[in-house]
Design a protein around this ligand. Structure first.
Ligand SMILES: Nc1nc2c(c(=O)[nH]1)N[C@H]1C(S)=C(S)[C@@H](COP(=O)(O)OP(=O)(O)OC[C@H]3O[C@@H](n4cnc5c(=O)[nH]c(N)nc54)[C@H](O)[C@@H]3O)O[C@H]1N2
Ligand SMILES: Nc1nc2c(c(=O)[nH]1)N[C@H]1C(S)=C(S)[C@@H](COP(=O)(O)OP(=O)(O)OC[C@H]3O[C@@H](n4cnc5c(=O)[nH]c(N)nc54)[C@H](O)[C@@H]3O)O[C@H]1N2
Ligand SMILES: [Mo]
Length: 761
């Protein structure tokens, strides 16, 4: 790039290919980790190596010599970076000064190297030895009037062993306050699917890609956020499997992709057309699309065709009649209006579904982050049930999870609404009575901070303040706390928006070796398709003063619970003991954990619907009714636009790797608003106009982000998109799915309120 001026240029190449290969090389170079990084890449996702710290997509089943993608390489390079944040760094900068820096700048400073404590007198972080850090946490926690005054956050990079111990410690401490990143992510999967199929997980495994006859990818930017899945899509396309991509943004990789791991394609500059049908859905319009497809099926059934799987429905399901009546009652004009998709295309999608004997539906944040995200997913299940798309090869529902172990953390107990039978087992195995009442999810934990009832926040990974809605108010809430603890690998905004006391506790990362008195330890991870496998880091820790997450949790527990019934000291050294306890608490899925994990490829956790067993109250798979066509509360304001906050190609959640978004043709700028040219012209704006956006809400609060540049982009009318986390100030805390607690970050009602001057291009 010759200069740093914002530049917008349509990307005309296939996604992936040499662009991705070049980007990988450039990143390793920039982080000065070419040799170290390349060596580590050889171990990534290989037996005996470590799991990619980026997304949760499973490893390839037939082992390739290399199993990583451009964005996995980025995640690794930024983790293995040679740059360091030292005590000298903190001595040089006050927290107020650091606060003025961008998220990108903070990330670029490198790895944290030793525990630090906030010193109010100098407004700086100062070194603090580990013992004092744990003593401070213990003192704060023991001083609380009630254990419910503490909030224990988890981000999904935390491995099973650490997450399990955390869930035991927090429960022994006395609360179920477990806000976690899943609460902002796939929680509609965890809460919406159980009433329908009995589990809050996907039912597809990698082998299903070889047998499927149709794939729907709804609301998921595969080429950027789970690029390894592109290989599966490419393979499926080569077999002639139709792929339907449903997205308000014509994401480049879903249109055309060259697999960087395919030697022939790379050599010939070849590429594969991915989507056989691209559905340019209006934001929140998926409900109407799903109902439209069901309407087609039921209408044709009514005319005498046999489409639905009657035997499956009779043997395994309940509730079809109400869902049928609801779908048939929808009118085409309303379906077309709500989805933004023509009737003919909805019919074509239905036809693809009808012809396929095994369909899988994959989805991401484009479906979950709506006010009715959970019920929206239940309609996905309805559609799948109609043709018995469970319990057979090539079929099922496939949430594409985010963080590499977000599903695993939930499986081993990070859950603010834990099932009672799990609590009974915790009591029996550990000998204390765990709290029974539900705790706080993410939104409720921020509300508790605002109300002043929360006093202590512990963040096991992540960047809570930057990830949650309502930035300004959430910052203020966080600053009211007595203590904030950040267990982190790298510097982030969460360290700068802190309580009166604050600690930064630096940890050994996924790619680094964990050594304890008992020798080298490994951890385990559960991917998005319920495979559990071992992860062993291969690099030296970034600093000799780092501790593994497991040890940090054990020592916090020892400090907070002097009379604990749990042998924390034993767990610090031997992670096998932790796995034995996991097996005791979860005998159904984890029995024999320590033996089974010896398989170099790991093992699959049982997902009963794959066996046509439905752990629902009635023992059936349930068609669930969701009347109407709105996945979000309608807003009457004619100036309203629906805003989706999305990820660029060069970020990992709140971590901003660069200001470019190659596939969307944006360079050197993240303060952009992707808008349909007609919506733009209607508002008297030009391509490149500077604007401010304001949230339309009824709570009287003003939420505004200015300094945005309008970019003409093929968005459906009325739908706009921009980047997370920059646009989080527009997302009201109270704007979330009531079933799951997930903020509706894909459908914020906004309007353009101010137009700046000055040319941008
Ligand atoms: N490189 C990289 N990998 C990542 C991450 C990352 O930040 N960077 N994050 C990880 C995490 S935690 C997660 S959860 C996943 C996120 O992965 P994704 O689910 O792909 O996340 P998003 O980028 O938020 O956007 C999802 C897509 O939804 C579309 N969309 C928006 N609104 C709608 C709608 O109403 N309907 C439909 N059908 N589509 C809509 C957007 O255009 C976008 O293509 O990725 C994980 N992997
Ligand atoms: N508006 C809007 N908001 C959103 C979303 C959206 O699409 N739109 N997406 C939501 C989603 S899906 C998610 S998952 C959340 C993400 O929320 P979080 O998971 O809280 O955020 P991350 O940016 O992934 O966290 C990055 C930090 O994690 C720390 N870290 C990295 N690796 C490790 C490790 O191995 N161990 C430990 N202990 N720490 C580590 C580093 O210090 C790094 O700075 O954001 C949510 N917020
Ligand atoms: Mo996520």
């Amino acid at each position: 790039m010759p200069d740093n001026k914002p530049r917008f240029k349509t990307y005309t190449h296939p996604a992936g290919g040499w662009g991705a290969a070049a980007a990988t090389a450039k990143i390793l170079l920039e982080q000065s980790v070419v040799t170290k990084g390349s060596r580590a890449l050889l171990s990534m996702n290989q037996p005996g190596g470590f799991k990619c710290p980026s997304c949760a997509f499973p490893d390839a089943e037939c082992k390739k010599t290399l199993d990583f993608c451009e964005n996995g390489a980025k995640a690794l390079a930024f983790e293995a970076t040679k740059f360091r944040v030292t005590r000298e760094f903190f001595a040089k900068h006050t927290v107020t000064e650091l606060m003025a820096q961008s998220d990108h700048w903070l990330e670029m400073q490198g790895r944290l190297t030793e525990p630090m404590r906030y010193d109010a007198a100098s407004d700086r972080y100062v070194p603090c030895d580990w013992d004092s850090a744990f003593a401070l946490i213990g003192a704060h926690l023991r001083a609380l009037d009630s254990p419910h005054e503490a909030e224990f956050y988890t981000s999904g990079r935390t491995p099973n062993e650490a997450a399990f111990l955390y869930s035991i410690f927090v429960r022994e401490f006395g609360t179920n306050n477990f806000p976690d990143c899943s609460n902002m992510c796939h929680e509609p999967t965890s809460r919406g699917l159980p009433p329908a199929i009995g589990v809050g997980k996907g039912t597809v495994v990698m082998a299903d890609f070889d047998h499927t006859e149709a794939i729907f990818v709804i609301g998921q930017n595969t080429g950027t956020n789970s690029p390894r899945m592109m290989s599966n899509l490419v393979e499926a396309r080569k077999r002639g499997v139709p792929i339907v991509a449903v997205n308000p943004m014509p994401e480049r990789a879903l249109v055309r992709f060259a697999d960087p791991q395919d030697v022939l394609q790379m050599a010939t500059f070849g590429s594969t057309r991915i989507a056989s049908e691209f559905v340019h859905i209006r934001i929140g319009g998926d409900l109407a699309l799903l109902k439209g497809m069901m309407k087609v099926i039921f209408e044709r059934e009514a005319k005498g065709e046999t489409i639905i799987d009657r035997d499956f429905i009779a043997a395994h399901t309940a509730g079809l009649d109400a869902v049928r009546a609801d779908a048939l009652a929808q009118g085409w004009p309303e379906l077309v209006e709500a989805s933004g998709v023509e009737e003919a295309q909805i019919r074509r999608c239905a036809e693809i579904y009808i012809r396929s004997r095994a369909t899988m539906i994959c989805y991401g944040m484009g479906l979950t982050q709506h006010q009715e995200g959970s019920r929206l997913l239940q309609q996905v299940v309805n559609l799948l049930l109609l043709k018995g798309n469970f319990g057979k090869p090539g079929a099922g529902i496939s949430p594409i999870r985010g963080h590499s172990n977000v599903q695993g953390d939930r499986t081993v107990g990070v859950d603010e609404r834990p099932p009672q039978d799990y609590l009974d087992r915790v009591r029996d195995v550990f000998g204390f009575e765990p709290p029974r009442a539900n705790g706080h999810h993410t939104v409720e934990s921020v509300a508790a901070m605002q109300a002043g009832t929360a006093k202590v926040f512990v963040g096991l990974g992540g960047n809570f303040v930057r990830a949650v809605p309502d930035t300004e108010r959430s910052y203020a809430a966080m600053r009211k706390l007595a203590l904030t603890v950040a267990i982190s690998t790298k510097l982030n905004r969460g360290h700068l928006v802190h309580g009166r006391d604050a600690l930064i506790l630096p940890v050994i990362s996924r790619s680094e070796t964990i050594r304890t008195r008992a020798g080298e330890q490994f951890v385990t991870i559960e991917d998005s398709m319920a495979n559990v496998s071992a992860s062993r880091g291969v690099l030296e820790p970034a600093s000799p003063h780092l501790l593994p997450e497991v040890e940090i949790i054990c020592r916090i527990a020892q400090a907070a619970l002097p009379d604990s019934k749990v042998d924390w000291a034993g767990f610090i050294d031997d992670y096998g003991l932790i796995r034995d306890k996991i097996a005791e608490v979860y005998p159904d899925i984890y029995s024999g954990f320590s033996e089974r994990i010896k398989n170099p490829n790991g093992f699959h956790l049982d997902v009963p619907p794959r066996r046509l067993v439905w752990p629902t109250p009635n023992g059936k798979a349930n068609f669930l009714l969701f009347p109407g066509l709105d996945a979000n509360v309608p807003v009457a304001d004619p100036a309203m636009l629906r805003l989706a906050t999305v990820r660029s190609h060069d970020q990992f959640n709140t971590t901003v790797y660069s200001y470019n978004d190659r596939y969307r043709g944006v360079y050197n700028d993240r303060m952009v608003l992707f808008m349909n040219a007609e919506d733009r012209a209607e508002r008297g704006l030009k391509d490149g106009s500077r604007i401010a956006l304001e949230t339309i809400s009824a709570d009287g609060a003003q939420r505004r982000v200015s300094g945005l540049t309008v970019v003409d982009y093929p968005m459906p009318r009325g739908s706009v998109a921009g980047y997370y986390p920059e646009l989080n100030p527009l997302l009201p805390l109270d704007y979330y799915d009531r079933i799951s607690g997930t903020p509706a970050a894909k459908s914020i009602p906004v309007r353009v309120v101010a137009v700046g001057t000055g040319p941008m291009l």
